[in-house]
Design a protein around this ligand. Structure first.
Ligand SMILES: [Zn+2]
Length: 252
């Protein structure tokens, strides 16, 4: 039946004889010998990978075949592979490559950090309206309704529960109740100015927390001494009241 045909195919697929193997190795050995002999300054070659591979192949060829059959394998090139200093040169090359790669990684990281620092510096100067609302009472107005006889901050109109935002990048230094101010948040900014947000209905940050410019930190309310919901906003320098309008917008 079909077994005869299969047998024929198997016969055709039988392993090549020893002569074929010897011939193949001879061809490989000649090729290697030529490859190793061609560059006169082989020991100083800048391609150490070839050195390693060639060495391995030659040793295999020597092991499997008698030296008498393939005298061509025993060439001066094979001796050159173990020439003094070759391994050191390979190691030096690898070290140089690793050093270059490390330097490039460090350079890219430094460049990224520099750009991030520039962005932070720009952002640190950026100021927003802490209630995104209109002013209802300005700074310095006189009146007996205020404990000091004058208005120490700016009042922003707003509805109960509206969001209150950090006017600039900074760190929260106080949250809690202050007489007259009610629920209060105080934030110290990079220029040393402290902003105070008063009469809040809700405090959403804790002392020590860093806040971004425009980040929601609380909600408008009427806590403390307040007639209706609004945000009372102050700027203090070394504990002294300053016109928030100058700090916020560069004018009063
Ligand atoms: Zn006020």
């Amino acid at each position: 039946m079909t077994s005869g045909k299969v047998k024929d195919k198997m016969l055709k697929l039988k392993a090549p004889n020893n002569r074929w193997i010897s011939g193949s190795i001879l061809v490989i050995a000649i090729g290697l010998t030529i490859a190793m002999t061609l560059p006169s300054n082989f020991a100083g070659s800048s391609d150490p990978v070839v050195v390693a591979d060639a060495s391995l192949e030659v040793s295999v060829a020597n092991k499997d075949i008698g030296a008498a059959d393939l005298p061509i394998v025993e060439t001066p090139a094979a001796a050159k592979l173990g020439a003094p200093g070759t391994e050191e040169k390979i190691q030096k090359f690898k070290a140089q490559a690793a050093d270059l790669a490390a330097k490039e990684v460090a350079r890219i990281a430094a460049e990224k950090e520099k750009k991030a620092a520039e962005r932070r510096a720009l952002r640190a100067k950026y100021t927003v309206n802490p209630a995104r609302a209109r002013i209802s009472v300005g700074y310095g107005r006189r009146g007996r309704i205020w404990d000091l006889g004058w208005h120490t901050g700016i009042d922003f109109n707003g509805n109960y529960g509206d969001s209150v935002f950090a006017a600039r990048v900074g760190r929260v230094i106080f949250t809690g109740w202050r007489p007259a101010y009610g629920r209060t948040i105080e934030v110290r900014h990079l220029d040393g100015v402290v902003t105070r947000y008063a009469h809040l209905s809700r405090i959403r940050v804790v002392a020590g927390q860093e806040v971004d410019v425009g980040e929601r930190i609380g909600n408008i309310g009427a806590s403390g001494k307040a007639f209706g919901a609004h945000l009372h906003f102050e700027t203090l320098v070394n504990g002294n009241y300053k016109n928030p309008g100058i700090w916020l917008w560069g004018n009063d």
